[in-house]
Ligand binder design. Structure first.
Ligand SMILES: [Zn+2]
Length: 188
């Protein structure tokens, strides 16, 4: 029997949208978020939804590749949200696993400054890694599995992609230790 996934729109503000994909058999809920997180992003609606859903969920996966911006009040809201969500499981005396299945560059940059955005002990599966072409300056991101990055920030294994426009070698386009600071926080 194939796992059944229900896709449910949880929240649709003008600048912020959340969809929940629920795999009942596997007890996995994937929350796909896109747009801007600011003071009017209704994260309360999302945590209320999770409270109702909780008996059916064991794993919560966040796909945040579509987050385009987070302002300072959005950041405060997010930290409150992730704490509340983390406590849904223990409150019901269940293990509740938080996984970031995909972190985009915008979210990851903020989370590297405020590690609390990732919660207490998250798993991170994939991140976007930014590159710039040394020759034509074209910039793009490469999606990388965290398990392929290496054991720590000092032993990073990064790919060496070629530029999609001119074929030259591309270089990592951020501060290395800053961009991978989140590795300290995650469980693997
Ligand atoms: Zn190029």
């Amino acid at each position: 029997m194939t796992p059944q996934a229900l896709s449910i729109p949880v929240c649709k503000d003008p600048h912020f949208a959340v969809t929940a994909e629920v795999e009942l058999e596997a007890q996995i809920v994937t929350l796909r978020m896109s747009g801007l997180i600011n003071e009017s992003s209704d994260l309360q609606k999302v945590s209320d939804y999770l409270f109702k859903l909780e008996p059916k969920a064991r794993v919560l996966r966040f796909d945040l590749a579509g987050i385009t911006d987070i302002n300072s009040s959005g950041l405060r809201q997010w930290v409150i949200f992730i704490r509340r969500v983390e406590n849904i499981g223990p409150r019901q005396q269940r293990d509740f696993e938080i996984v970031f299945s995909s972190l985009g560059e915008v979210f990851l940059e903020r989370a590297n400054t405020f590690l609390d955005m990732l919660g207490a002990k998250p798993r991170v599966e994939a991140i976007e890694v930014p590159y710039r072409c040394a020759s034509c300056q074209d910039r793009s991101t490469v999606t990388m599995q965290v398990k392929d990055l290496g054991a720590s920030a000092s032993e990073l294994r990064l790919p060496e992609p070629s530029c999609g426009k001119c074929g030259s070698a591309m270089e990592f386009d951020e501060d290395l230790s800053g961009y991978f600071r989140f590795l300290k926080r995650i469980s693997r």
